[in-house]
Design a protein around this ligand. Structure first.
Ligand SMILES: C[S@@+](CC[C@H](N)C(=O)[O-])C[C@H]1O[C@@H](n2cnc3c(N)ncnc32)[C@H](O)[C@@H]1O
Length: 208
């Protein structure tokens, strides 16, 4: 079985018992940290049940482009669609079941890329793809678990990308984003009950 199929299967099994409350809170923090504009072209990368896409879609004008929401797991996307129904217009989110790397968009076509709790599954190749997909000066926002507070099950440990260093501090997360080619990286640690996440925003370089 491929790594993608294994990941999709693992998250399909988790879909019905997913901790939505925790991930809705992370989405709220991430959106507030990056603050996308009302008409921005935005992708929710490895969206799962689309906490980020749904929250954003609720706050945008009807004329805004649909939020692109991509995830490998059909089960997670089905839960997201169900949770969006009746709360968000059908056209406000463009759901896709697919590998999110590369994103199914033209180069330099996005204003903002958001990725909540997923980059440590995608691997650092995702950051290179976001630089391709973002317009110069576009914004990226991602969250990662704080290394000292991350307790994945054995099953999920085996699915983690080896080339994404989980940060011990906000500064470490910003340094990594900068080392991956972004500018103006800014991170902070967010306490959520007994859990801790690092939320980072950064800018795609303008190529000058
Ligand atoms: C912990 S969940 C986070 C989901 C969502 N972003 C949230 O905040 O609730 C990680 C998600 O990453 C997805 N995923 C992992 N690797 C992926 C890939 N290469 N392409 C698309 N989705 C992927 C999984 O299917 C899962 O839904």
């Amino acid at each position: 079985m491929t790594q993608s199929a294994t990941l999709a299967g693992a998250f399909d099994e988790l879909a019905d018992s997913y901790d939505h409350r925790h991930h809705e809170e992370i989405a709220r923090v991430l959106i507030a940290w990056v603050a996308p504009g009302a008409a921005d072209a935005v992708a929710d990368v490895a969206c799962g049940a689309g906490a980020v896409a749904r929250q954003l879609a609720r706050s945008r004008p009807e004329t805004a482009p649909p939020v692109l929401a991509v995830d490998l797991s059909p089960g997670m996307v089905a839960v997201g669609r169900a949770r969006a129904a009746a709360r968000v217009p059908d056209t406000a989110i463009d759901w896709r079941v697919a590998d999110a790397v590369p994103l199914p968009v033209a180069g330099h076509s996005l204003d903002v890329v958001l990725c909540a709790s997923s980059l440590h599954f995608l691997g650092s190749r995702a950051l290179a793809d976001w630089r391709r997909a973002l317009r110069p000066g576009g914004r990226v926002g991602f969250t990662l678990p704080l290394a000292t507070h991350f307790r994945p099950s054995e099953r999920f440990s085996g699915l983690l990308a080896r080339d994404v260093p989980l940060p011990h501090t906000a500064r470490e997360a910003s340094r990594w984003a900068t080392a991956c080619g972004f500018t103006e990286a800014d991170s902070r640690v967010q306490v959520l009950g007994t859990r801790r996440v690092v939320v980072t925003s950064a800018t795609s370089p303008d190529g000058r």
